[in-house]
Design a protein around this ligand. Sequence first.
Ligand code: UDX
Length: 445
Amino acid sequence: MKVTVFGIGYVGLVQAAVLADVGHDVVCVDVDQNKVDNLKKGLIPIYEPGLTPIVESNFAEGRLRFTTDAAEGIAHAEIQFIAVGTPPDEDGSADLKYVLAVAETIATHMNSPKIIVDKSTVPVGTADKVSAKVGSVLSTRNERIDYHIVSNPEFLKEGAAVSDCMRPDRIVIGTDSQHVEEQMRELYAPFNRNHDRMIFMDVRSAELTKYAANCMLATKISFMNEMSQLAERLGADIENVRRGIGSDERIGYHFIYPGCGYGGSCFPKDVQALVRTADEIEYDAQLLKSVESVNYKQKEVLFDRVFNYFNGDLAGKTIALWGLSFKPNTDDMREASSRVLMEKLWEQGAKVRAYDPEAMEETQRVYGVRNDLDLVGTKESAMQGADILVICTEWKVFRAPDFDQIKRSLTYPVVIDGRNMYEPEIVERHGLEYFGIGRGRSITA
Ligand code: UDX
């Protein structure tokens, strides 16, 4: 089938590449000429395992094209995906200006019926706004052309985006049209083998499903982070508690890992946006507000430990930091806990020596060159001349470090672990002091 995808960001590029990979004929449209030129040269703007080879091969075989020419993209296909960004407004609600701009462009150039599919994460009611926009442009053009607005939210995880897209848990489609249902079934048939993963519903429910899913997951994490605070103060080990509750199938083992707070492009933004949506309809979303504030506090936990360990005197201290990205297997620094830690350390006059397997370039881009930040090439060199070690991201390369070397390198033999990567007994056997999250050992002021 022919498909056009507007927006070659994270969601758009992965979706387009995966659709092309199963044989669809895909045109990607973006306003950023530079991005389009780079993609034509095989330069992929994001780090995502498995993405580069499928972009390159499908581009070479002509099934995946990149252009800034919107009219060409609109003429190409009946199915038009909108996968542009919805950055938070100043007040935290999702900004729809890019989504509506694409809707306007499509309406301006369309000469045949279109199925316009919202892939971007958009608040409930956006499909109606998109529909109104398309309708008004068509009426000023004095044209009557059929169009349908469909909600098809994306559930991919960064670092596993290609495999999530290839093997989705579910494909949610919000539409009330039989024709759209048939077209969507055909489009997604290659991903819908063995058992039916397609869930059809009304548009508003599909829009809310996306937020409900992310907010539920964020709630699980904030719940566990709150439990970890209790565990720490009560002398219990949250890792035992986690195993104890996860064994109940109704709770399950997924997404109950305590840590130094959730980050990324989705959870913080989506929880905030749903709180704003609730505010708009004058509903006080107390649980969601708490999920957000618990997370905000949890991101400060690592800093508080360092601060308390040095009795508030951080001037001139050097902190070794392992892991900068908001989670492993990505270079994404959006809302990463490492940022809260670094910024607070800098405020107190401390220096950071950091290593991350992928996110150092991105860190450099975000913070520029500064004399209180050294980005170094290995996890070992991060510890050279450092006072203590803090871990923010659970990259695989940090799983089995040489604890004796850590002890020799640091001025103070202390490991503060924001992701509970180690067994406390093992670390302590090597003569290090170990502070995880909620493990019954806290550093108090
Ligand atoms: C998330 C959703 O998982 C995905 O379905 C949605 O489409 C987009 O948002 P992503 O942000 O890529 O994906 O990452 P995810 O793996 O969900 O992790 C989000 C954050 O939660 C990370 O900072 C991670 O460290 C944290 N996390 C996750 C925890 O602290 N504990 C957990 O148990 C799980």
